[in-house]
Design a protein around this ligand. Structure first.
Ligand SMILES: C[S@@+](CC[C@H](N)C(=O)[O-])C[C@H]1O[C@@H](n2cnc3c(N)ncnc32)[C@H](O)[C@@H]1O
Length: 247
Protein backbone atom coordinates (compact mmCIF):
# COMPACT_ATOMS: atom_id res chain seq x y z
CA UNK A 1 0.00 0.00 0.00
CA UNK A 2 1.31 3.49 -0.84
CA UNK A 3 2.49 5.49 2.19
CA UNK A 4 -0.18 8.14 1.72
CA UNK A 5 -2.96 5.53 1.49
CA UNK A 6 -1.86 3.93 4.76
CA UNK A 7 -1.55 7.40 6.30
CA UNK A 8 -5.11 8.29 5.26
CA UNK A 9 -6.41 4.98 6.57
CA UNK A 10 -4.77 5.63 9.95
CA UNK A 11 -6.49 9.02 10.24
CA UNK A 12 -9.83 7.57 9.12
CA UNK A 13 -9.57 5.03 11.94
CA UNK A 14 -8.57 7.67 14.50
CA UNK A 15 -11.36 9.94 13.23
CA UNK A 16 -13.80 7.11 13.85
CA UNK A 17 -12.66 5.62 17.17
CA UNK A 18 -11.55 8.72 19.12
CA UNK A 19 -11.51 11.92 16.99
CA UNK A 20 -11.10 14.49 19.77
CA UNK A 21 -8.30 12.59 21.48
CA UNK A 22 -6.56 12.06 18.13
CA UNK A 23 -6.52 15.86 17.77
CA UNK A 24 -5.48 16.70 21.36
CA UNK A 25 -3.85 13.61 22.82
CA UNK A 26 -4.23 14.28 26.54
CA UNK A 27 -4.03 10.86 28.29
CA UNK A 28 -6.85 11.69 30.70
CA UNK A 29 -9.20 12.31 27.72
CA UNK A 30 -8.58 9.02 25.94
CA UNK A 31 -11.42 6.74 24.80
CA UNK A 32 -13.83 9.60 24.04
CA UNK A 33 -13.40 11.37 27.38
CA UNK A 34 -13.10 14.93 26.03
CA UNK A 35 -16.00 17.22 26.87
CA UNK A 36 -16.75 18.93 23.55
CA UNK A 37 -17.02 22.46 25.02
CA UNK A 38 -13.71 22.10 26.90
CA UNK A 39 -12.12 20.73 23.76
CA UNK A 40 -13.30 23.62 21.55
CA UNK A 41 -12.30 26.20 24.19
CA UNK A 42 -8.64 25.12 23.84
CA UNK A 43 -8.67 26.77 20.41
CA UNK A 44 -9.24 30.26 21.80
CA UNK A 45 -5.73 30.77 23.16
CA UNK A 46 -4.05 29.10 20.16
CA UNK A 47 -5.85 31.27 17.63
CA UNK A 48 -5.52 34.36 19.85
CA UNK A 49 -1.73 34.00 19.83
CA UNK A 50 -1.62 33.65 16.04
CA UNK A 51 -3.93 36.62 15.49
CA UNK A 52 -1.86 38.80 17.84
CA UNK A 53 1.24 38.01 15.79
CA UNK A 54 -0.60 38.66 12.51
CA UNK A 55 -1.76 42.08 13.75
CA UNK A 56 1.86 43.01 14.47
CA UNK A 57 3.57 41.40 11.46
CA UNK A 58 1.00 41.99 8.71
CA UNK A 59 -1.67 44.46 9.86
CA UNK A 60 -2.60 45.08 6.22
CA UNK A 61 -3.50 41.40 5.62
CA UNK A 62 -6.68 40.89 3.61
CA UNK A 63 -9.20 39.06 5.81
CA UNK A 64 -11.61 37.44 3.36
CA UNK A 65 -10.87 33.73 3.03
CA UNK A 66 -8.66 31.49 5.08
CA UNK A 67 -7.77 27.81 4.96
CA UNK A 68 -7.01 25.61 7.97
CA UNK A 69 -4.94 22.70 6.61
CA UNK A 70 -5.46 19.47 8.60
CA UNK A 71 -8.40 21.09 10.36
CA UNK A 72 -9.51 17.90 12.15
CA UNK A 73 -12.97 18.52 13.60
CA UNK A 74 -12.69 22.29 13.03
CA UNK A 75 -11.69 23.08 16.63
CA UNK A 76 -10.34 26.51 15.60
CA UNK A 77 -13.04 27.65 13.17
CA UNK A 78 -15.14 29.92 15.41
CA UNK A 79 -12.06 31.74 16.75
CA UNK A 80 -10.57 32.40 13.32
CA UNK A 81 -13.96 33.74 12.24
CA UNK A 82 -13.51 36.65 14.66
CA UNK A 83 -10.89 37.88 12.19
CA UNK A 84 -11.58 36.29 8.80
CA UNK A 85 -14.88 36.47 6.91
CA UNK A 86 -14.85 32.85 5.79
CA UNK A 87 -13.16 29.78 7.26
CA UNK A 88 -12.35 26.82 5.01
CA UNK A 89 -11.03 23.63 6.54
CA UNK A 90 -9.46 20.70 4.76
CA UNK A 91 -8.42 17.31 6.09
CA UNK A 92 -7.35 13.93 4.71
CA UNK A 93 -9.83 12.14 6.99
CA UNK A 94 -13.47 11.99 5.88
CA UNK A 95 -14.46 10.99 9.41
CA UNK A 96 -12.85 14.13 10.85
CA UNK A 97 -14.56 16.30 8.22
CA UNK A 98 -17.96 14.74 8.92
CA UNK A 99 -17.62 15.70 12.56
CA UNK A 100 -16.25 19.16 11.66
CA UNK A 101 -19.39 19.88 9.62
CA UNK A 102 -21.66 18.83 12.52
CA UNK A 103 -19.79 20.87 15.14
CA UNK A 104 -19.53 24.04 13.03
CA UNK A 105 -22.87 24.08 11.23
CA UNK A 106 -23.77 27.47 12.77
CA UNK A 107 -20.63 29.20 11.43
CA UNK A 108 -19.52 30.55 8.06
CA UNK A 109 -17.43 27.50 7.25
CA UNK A 110 -16.82 25.11 4.39
CA UNK A 111 -15.02 21.78 4.77
CA UNK A 112 -13.14 19.71 2.20
CA UNK A 113 -11.39 16.36 2.03
CA UNK A 114 -7.93 16.47 0.42
CA UNK A 115 -5.54 13.71 -0.51
CA UNK A 116 -1.82 13.77 -1.40
CA UNK A 117 -1.97 17.34 -2.75
CA UNK A 118 -4.32 20.34 -2.71
CA UNK A 119 -5.55 20.09 -6.31
CA UNK A 120 -9.09 20.59 -5.03
CA UNK A 121 -8.19 24.30 -4.69
CA UNK A 122 -7.35 26.69 -7.56
CA UNK A 123 -4.23 28.89 -7.65
CA UNK A 124 -4.30 32.22 -5.73
CA UNK A 125 -7.44 31.49 -3.68
CA UNK A 126 -6.67 32.20 -0.02
CA UNK A 127 -5.56 35.28 1.91
CA UNK A 128 -4.29 33.19 4.77
CA UNK A 129 -3.38 29.54 5.45
CA UNK A 130 -2.85 28.05 8.89
CA UNK A 131 -1.67 24.60 9.91
CA UNK A 132 -1.02 23.50 13.50
CA UNK A 133 -0.12 19.99 14.78
CA UNK A 134 -0.54 18.48 11.31
CA UNK A 135 2.68 18.55 9.27
CA UNK A 136 4.51 16.71 12.05
CA UNK A 137 2.30 13.67 11.44
CA UNK A 138 2.97 13.31 7.70
CA UNK A 139 4.74 10.16 6.45
CA UNK A 140 8.05 11.94 5.73
CA UNK A 141 9.80 15.30 5.21
CA UNK A 142 9.22 15.26 1.44
CA UNK A 143 5.46 15.25 2.04
CA UNK A 144 5.78 18.21 4.39
CA UNK A 145 7.67 20.18 1.73
CA UNK A 146 5.28 19.14 -1.02
CA UNK A 147 2.29 20.52 0.90
CA UNK A 148 4.15 23.76 1.67
CA UNK A 149 4.67 24.26 -2.08
CA UNK A 150 0.95 23.64 -2.54
CA UNK A 151 0.21 26.30 0.11
CA UNK A 152 2.25 28.75 -1.95
CA UNK A 153 0.33 27.92 -5.10
CA UNK A 154 -3.11 28.41 -3.52
CA UNK A 155 -2.23 31.58 -1.57
CA UNK A 156 -3.04 34.93 -3.15
CA UNK A 157 -0.12 37.28 -3.91
CA UNK A 158 0.98 38.77 -0.54
CA UNK A 159 -1.04 36.04 1.21
CA UNK A 160 0.28 34.76 4.52
CA UNK A 161 1.12 31.22 5.63
CA UNK A 162 1.48 30.27 9.30
CA UNK A 163 2.43 26.70 10.12
CA UNK A 164 3.94 24.72 12.95
CA UNK A 165 6.42 21.90 12.63
CA UNK A 166 8.82 20.38 15.20
CA UNK A 167 12.45 21.41 14.79
CA UNK A 168 14.00 18.64 16.91
CA UNK A 169 12.79 15.42 18.50
CA UNK A 170 15.10 13.80 21.11
CA UNK A 171 16.59 10.40 20.13
CA UNK A 172 14.77 8.68 23.01
CA UNK A 173 11.46 9.86 21.57
CA UNK A 174 12.22 9.08 17.92
CA UNK A 175 11.86 5.31 18.14
CA UNK A 176 8.07 5.58 18.70
CA UNK A 177 7.51 2.03 20.05
CA UNK A 178 3.72 2.35 20.28
CA UNK A 179 3.45 3.05 16.54
CA UNK A 180 5.90 0.25 15.66
CA UNK A 181 4.04 -2.32 17.77
CA UNK A 182 0.75 -1.15 16.24
CA UNK A 183 2.14 -1.64 12.71
CA UNK A 184 3.59 -5.06 13.59
CA UNK A 185 0.33 -6.36 15.08
CA UNK A 186 -1.63 -4.94 12.16
CA UNK A 187 0.73 -6.80 9.82
CA UNK A 188 -0.13 -9.98 11.78
CA UNK A 189 -3.80 -9.36 11.00
CA UNK A 190 -5.21 -7.55 14.06
CA UNK A 191 -7.83 -4.95 13.15
CA UNK A 192 -7.13 -1.23 13.67
CA UNK A 193 -10.16 -0.86 15.96
CA UNK A 194 -9.11 -3.81 18.12
CA UNK A 195 -5.59 -2.44 18.47
CA UNK A 196 -6.86 0.95 19.65
CA UNK A 197 -9.90 -0.01 21.69
CA UNK A 198 -8.61 -3.20 23.35
CA UNK A 199 -4.83 -2.71 23.56
CA UNK A 200 -4.62 1.09 23.43
CA UNK A 201 -2.17 1.19 20.49
CA UNK A 202 -2.30 3.91 17.83
CA UNK A 203 -0.33 4.81 14.68
CA UNK A 204 0.43 8.52 15.19
CA UNK A 205 3.80 9.40 13.67
CA UNK A 206 6.05 12.35 14.60
CA UNK A 207 8.50 13.95 12.14
CA UNK A 208 10.65 17.07 12.40
CA UNK A 209 12.62 19.44 10.20
CA UNK A 210 15.51 21.48 11.71
CA UNK A 211 14.79 25.22 11.74
CA UNK A 212 17.80 26.03 9.53
CA UNK A 213 16.65 23.54 6.86
CA UNK A 214 13.11 24.87 6.94
CA UNK A 215 14.25 28.49 6.75
CA UNK A 216 16.35 27.66 3.68
CA UNK A 217 13.54 25.69 2.06
CA UNK A 218 11.09 28.57 2.56
CA UNK A 219 13.48 31.11 1.09
CA UNK A 220 14.39 28.83 -1.85
CA UNK A 221 10.66 28.38 -2.49
CA UNK A 222 10.16 32.13 -2.77
CA UNK A 223 8.50 32.81 0.60
CA UNK A 224 9.43 35.87 2.64
CA UNK A 225 9.99 34.64 6.21
CA UNK A 226 8.39 37.21 8.53
CA UNK A 227 9.09 35.50 11.84
CA UNK A 228 9.94 32.15 13.40
CA UNK A 229 8.61 31.60 16.91
CA UNK A 230 9.36 28.84 19.42
CA UNK A 231 6.12 27.17 20.46
CA UNK A 232 4.79 24.56 22.89
CA UNK A 233 2.46 22.61 20.58
CA UNK A 234 4.34 19.35 21.22
CA UNK A 235 4.91 19.57 24.98
CA UNK A 236 8.19 19.93 26.85
CA UNK A 237 10.21 17.14 25.19
CA UNK A 238 9.92 18.18 21.54
CA UNK A 239 11.25 21.48 20.18
CA UNK A 240 8.77 23.09 17.83
CA UNK A 241 8.57 26.23 15.69
CA UNK A 242 5.81 28.31 14.17
CA UNK A 243 6.74 29.94 10.85
CA UNK A 244 5.13 33.16 9.64
CA UNK A 245 5.71 33.66 5.89
CA UNK A 246 4.42 35.82 3.07
CA UNK A 247 4.02 34.77 -0.58
C1 LIG B 1 -3.53 16.34 15.59
S1 LIG B 1 -4.82 16.63 14.46
C2 LIG B 1 -4.93 18.42 14.47
C3 LIG B 1 -6.27 18.94 13.98
C4 LIG B 1 -6.40 20.47 13.95
N1 LIG B 1 -5.32 21.08 13.23
C5 LIG B 1 -6.47 21.05 15.34
O1 LIG B 1 -5.46 21.56 15.81
O2 LIG B 1 -7.54 20.99 15.96
C6 LIG B 1 -4.06 16.31 12.89
C7 LIG B 1 -5.03 16.36 11.74
O3 LIG B 1 -4.28 16.37 10.51
C8 LIG B 1 -4.99 15.60 9.58
N2 LIG B 1 -4.06 15.20 8.51
C9 LIG B 1 -3.07 14.32 8.59
N3 LIG B 1 -2.45 14.23 7.39
C10 LIG B 1 -3.07 15.08 6.55
C11 LIG B 1 -2.90 15.42 5.18
N4 LIG B 1 -1.96 14.85 4.44
N5 LIG B 1 -3.72 16.33 4.64
C12 LIG B 1 -4.69 16.91 5.40
N6 LIG B 1 -4.91 16.61 6.69
C13 LIG B 1 -4.11 15.71 7.28
C14 LIG B 1 -5.55 14.44 10.40
O4 LIG B 1 -6.59 13.76 9.76
C15 LIG B 1 -5.97 15.17 11.67
O5 LIG B 1 -7.29 15.61 11.58
Amino acid sequence: MRKIEQHKKNWETLGEVDPLWAVLSDNSKRFNNWDLDDFIKTGELEVGNVLNQLKILVPELNREEMLDFGCGVGRLARYFLKYFQKYNGTDISENMIKKAREINSAYNTEFFVNYADLKIFPDNKFDFIYSGIVLQHLPNKEFIKKYILEFKRILKAQGVLVFQVPSKIPWTYRFQPVRRLYNFLKFLGFSEKFLYQKIGLYPIKMSFIPESDMRKFLRDSGFEVLAIKEDTYCGPRVQSRTYYCRK
